[in-house]
Design a protein around this ligand. Structure first.
Ligand code: G3H
Ligand code: ZN
Length: 288
């Protein structure tokens, strides 16, 4: 079976992107897997620190591994936005395929030091674990927003600087980079986020020469994705749109049948709602 590194290299060659979708429970995992399986494309499951505290670090690893083995399927697990070396180590030790060290709020120097420590630990783990670095602040929460999150600046001078990005990648040896290019976590109420800065994506991509990861994909337009993928993005993260679809479907299910007490019945529409959102995104990311 192909490794995550091989799937990313293939995506880069084909100028498509692998979809990365976050989960908080088993229902979302099934919805995402069924969507990917239906289109026969690789997929990455993400769990942030909060999500993996809820699911369980080892349990998340065991769940994804069980699907990968049973279906012989390229489904991978990423420790999303991880803020300390200790938690990066915990995820690597638990068997995750990739980890994001998120030092975006640290000074450049501190970010480099810890990201490099994570890369060194991954390389010494005896497995292939990819490390993603992050440069430029893009907010923290996957939720519905009334305004662009505090601390996120969309003006050109606040976006990730291509030269700094190159310096960061050379100093740390990270495998992938998450830049700030007009993207942010969460989605504006109404579902339409400001446009991405495609020119900056292009400049960063040619400066760093490694795959770029677009975070905060909820609320971005198909045209944004198309251009971002054509200019160096090989992984796209989606979370808020899945959370909203799941919440709405379960809410409706409970309202429609308030007497139902079997979770496997009243949660079922939640699985389908996640599957539908993910199918639509994967079609687009994979040019299908
Ligand atoms: O790491 C998670 C993603 O970047 C999710 O962002 O909630 O805006 O889709 P989103
Ligand atoms: Zn993210």
């Amino acid at each position: 079976m192909k490794s995550l590194r091989e799937c990313i290299a293939e995506a880069s060659e084909k100028k498509v992107a692998i979809g990365h979708f976050n989960i908080s429970n088993l229902e979302a995992l099934w919805g995402i897997f069924r969507a990917a399986q239906g289109l026969n494309v690789p997929v990455i499951i993400g769990v942030s620190e909060g999500e993996r505290d809820f699911v369980g670090v080892k349990q998340a690893a065991a769940l994804v591994k069980s699907i990968r083995e049973e279906y012989q399927y390229p489904i991978f697990l990423n420790a999303d936005h991880t803020y300390s070396f200790e938690r990066v180590k915990e995820a690597i030790d638990a068997g995750f395929d990739s980890v994001i060290f998120d030092g975006a709020k640290l000074s450049f120097k501190e970010n480099v030091i810890i990201a490099k420590q994570c890369v060194d630990y991954a390389r010494s783990s005896g497995r292939e674990v990819l490390i993603e670095g992050e440069l430029g602040f893009i907010g923290t929460s996957s939720k519905i927003l009334d305004e662009v999150p505090e601390g996120v600046m969309l003006d050109e001078s606040s976006l990730t600087n291509p030269e700094k990005a190159k310096e960061f990648v050379l100093a740390t040896g990270v495998d992938m980079l998450a830049p700030a290019v007009g993207n942010f976590h969460g989605m504006l109420r109404g579902g339409i986020d400001p446009k991405l800065n495609i020119e900056r994506i292009k400049e960063i991509s040619s400066a760093v020469g490694i795959p770029l990861v677009l975070h905060g994909g909820s609320g971005n337009s198909e045209d944004d994705f198309k251009q971002a993928i054509a200019n160096g993005v090989n992984i796209v993260h989606i979370n808020t749109e899945i959370r909203v679809a799941y919440r709405d479907a379960v809410k409706k299910s409970l309202q429609d049948d308030p007497e139902e007490v079997a979770p496997y019945k009243f949660l079922k529409p939640g699985v389908k709602a996640v599957q539908d959102v993910v199918t639509a995104k994967l079609r687009f990311f994979n040019n299908l």
